[in-house]
Design a protein around this ligand. Structure first.
Ligand code: GUN
Length: 277
């Protein structure tokens, strides 16, 4: 079975568009862009395109990559106080002279639609649904929910421990009742864990870290990890060669981006509603 993330993302866009059409005021998503590398520009373009398709206004705040951390902080404080902005993101990565964690801490948690602020990360940990969950992990949970894949009793291996995907996803799966193993690139013999897992979620950015012989044929494999080398996208799971051996897999390419953006726009809608309650 193919877990079809693209269709689920489309359903989210459709229903968001309908909800937003009912509102008196249109939500606005802000995006701060400091480093104009090709990849960040591609992400921003995708966020703008889908925001506009769901009737969410999109406002870009672009700065030179020489901007100081202090100056960026004061721009962030301006957005915190700008009532026209429902929620906003700071597109990562930032230039090397700027400390990302310090910058993120200045975002108002109520406008942190990326779910990166420590308060929102903490809310994910204690399962407080008033916060904003990071978008890629939230997208993975949506896919599991859509296919009625219950996590209670399940053994899950999560490959990758980033602050924005692997770690929050680990917490979300624990909250949903799963028994979770967190693996990373230095885990000796990852297959010892993945072979015994009902679900394997890849989020490392290491090409083909997961091969079919490392999983049981009954496993559900969800791959959100990729890297771009010389303009070519490489996925964590060796999908093309080995799809026939797996029970359920998310198709690649083309679903992680739409699903992540769908969750970002859902968070923007939620921020707008919370601010108007
Ligand atoms: N850079 C790569 N992915 C993301 C994301 O989801 N949000 C932000 N802000 N930056 C990113």
């Amino acid at each position: 079975m193919i877990l079809d993330g693209r269709t689920i993302a489309q359903n989210i866009y459709n229903s968001l568009g309908e909800d937003i059409a009912q509102l008196k005021d249109t939500p606005t998503l802000g995006a701060i862009l400091v480093w104009n590398n090709d990849e960040s520009l591609r992400y921003i373009k995708q966020k703008r395109k889908f925001a506009e398709k769901t009737w969410i206004n999109f406002k870009l705040f672009q700065f030179e990559d020489t901007i100081s951390e202090e100056a960026l902080k004061s721009e962030i404080l301006k957005l915190n106080n700008n009532t026209e902005i429902s929620g906003y993101i700071v597109q990562l990565p930032l230039p090397k002279h700027i400390n990302e964690l310090r910058v993120i801490r200045n975002i108002d948690p109520k406008k942190d639609v990326d779910g990166f602020h420590p308060e929102n990360q903490w809310k994910v940990m204690i399962w407080d649904l008033t916060g904003f969950a990071p978008c890629t992990p939230a997208g993975v949970m949506k896919i599991l929910e859509h296919y009625n894949i219950t996590l209670v009793w399940k053994k899950i291996s999560i490959l990758g421990r980033s602050n924005i995907v692997g770690k929050p996803l680990t917490m979300m799966c624990i909250n949903a009742g799963a028994t979770v193993t967190s693996c990373n690139s230095r885990t000796p013999d990852i297959s010892e864990f993945t072979k015994n897992s009902d679900i394997v979620i890849c989020a490392t950015g290491i090409p083909h870290i997961l091969k079919a012989h490392m999983t049981s044929p009954d496993s559900i494999v969800i791959d959100v990890g990729f890297s771009i080398v010389n303009g070519e996208i490489h996925w964590d799971a060796d999908y093309n060669a080995l799809i026939s051996q797996w029970n359920s897999v998310t198709p690649v390419p083309g679903w992680v981006g739409p699903m992540t953006v769908a969750m970002l726009l859902s968070n923007t809608y939620k921020a707008h509603i919370l601010a108007h309650e």
